[in-house]
Design a protein around this ligand. Structure first.
Ligand code: ZN
Length: 386
């Protein structure tokens, strides 16, 4: 039995719709606020000038040292060629509880062995492991076999993985015939097969954040970064493939080499859409990822990121990217605490604040070292829990 609805109630129900209809959509504001027609009396500050001091008072837990010995899978330490440099890096690592840095990449051939030897001579072989790099310039018929042979030699010399393969692969690297080298070019199949045979991971950075391909306007989250860095602008379709073209080639690379372990850098640039990365993990059992330089996206979605890292706790590794010792504690704080609304370290990555994910200890252990132990058979383990 339906009762007649009083007219007044019908009017009330329609009210929000009427209000919504009055304001432009997509601006995050559904109801015109009182005084919306006012303009600021003082000249508005620019994006680089406005730094309001937060008045929020909540518990703070700074985390200068990681809770567990940690492997930095995405390490870019300075060139490890002298004892003085190596000792300085190790001193910083000790303060942060970084057990091992993956030097990614240490280089190939003599560059690689020089650093392996220097680290050994400094008595620090337990603190570093070296990944080799691939020469992907001018790939043509026969290149795959040649690169695979160099890879085998580098691993024999002590390399424990490949990479970081840089973003130029896919975006700009050219083949001998002048065409763009696609990520899934079959000429490179012998290289990925060799990695599988040697049981070493392939650490690969593909593309860049998707907003770098979008219009540089005031709706672009990375406006400041794009304005600061000319070489991060990929809007020109005559010069660069689209973001989704690169994603498709990347996924085809993972699909066609199921025996090769791949670690996609920077959460695959899907940290702002973790469900997409989750679908990739489901589809490609040979795929792992790391969190280098995308903390700003995890820290703005503490519940989603927490649940994601719990669900995929066997697939994500800790990585930092640039070696700046005072930035690591921001990572520890986001992963380990439940702190709220705290600063991030780089304004052009994020104009928002961070929230702690409060990850359980069992997940932290895998993120910090367990998954690295699992996928890098040659990783030095002396400083890691058993
Ligand atoms: Zn890197």
């Amino acid at each position: 039995m339906r009762r007649p609805i009083p007219h007044a109630l019908l009017l009330l129900a329609a009210l929000p719709v009427m209000l919504i209809a009055q304001v432009p959509t997509g601006r995050g504001q559904v109801v015109s606020r009182p005084g919306a027609n006012l303009t600021p009396e003082f000249p508005p500050p620019t994006i680089t000038e406005y730094h309001p001091k937060s008045t929020l008072i909540v518990p703070e837990h700074l985390v200068p040292r990681a809770k567990y010995p940690t492997v930095d899978f995405h390490g870019h330490p300075p060139k490890l060629t002298s004892k003085a440099v190596i000792d300085t890096v190790v001193a910083a690592m000790d303060r942060l509880n970084l057990a091992v840095i993956v030097n990614a990449p240490a280089g190939s051939g003599a560059q690689l062995t020089q650093q392996i030897d220097a680290v050994k001579a400094a008595g620090q072989s337990n603190r570093f492991t070296m990944f080799t790099s691939l020469n992907l310039a001018g790939v043509g018929p026969g290149s795959g076999q040649k690169i695979a042979a160099q890879l085998e030699a580098d691993v024999k010399a002590g390399a424990t993985g490949i990479g970081e393969i840089m973003k130029s692969f896919g975006i700009s690297a050219k083949k001998a015939d002048g065409s763009r080298l696609r990520l899934d070019d079959h000429e490179l199949d012998p290289v990925w097969a060799m990695a599988a045979k040697l049981k070493i991971p392939v650490f690969i950075h593909v593309a860049d954040p998707a907003p770098f391909w979008e219009a540089i306007d005031y709706n672009n989250e990375r406006w400041l970064e794009l304005s600061l860095y000319r070489d991060r602008r990929y809007q020109d379709r005559d010069r660069f493939p689209s973001f989704e073209e690169l994603m498709a080639e990347r996924d085809s690379l993972f699909a066609h080499n199921p025996k090769t372990t791949f670690v996609i850098a920077h959460l695959g640039w899907h940290a702002q859409d973790l469900a997409r990365l989750g679908r990739m993990f489901d589809r490609y059992p040979n795929l792992y990822s790391e969190v280098g330089a995308v903390l700003y996206d995890l820290g703005r979605q503490p519940r989603t990121a927490h649940n994601f890292l719990v669900k995929y706790q066997d697939r994500v590794l800790f990585g930092k990217d640039s070696f700046q010792p005072d930035e690591y504690p921001y990572y520890w704080r986001v992963f380990e605490t439940e702190d709220e609304y705290f600063d991030y370290y780089r304004d052009y990555h994020a104009f928002w604040k961070m929230y702690g994910l409060g990850l359980p200890d069992s997940v932290l252990r895998k993120l910090y070292y367990g998954n690295a132990v699992k996928i890098i058979p040659g990783l030095p383990k002396a400083g890691l829990p058993h």
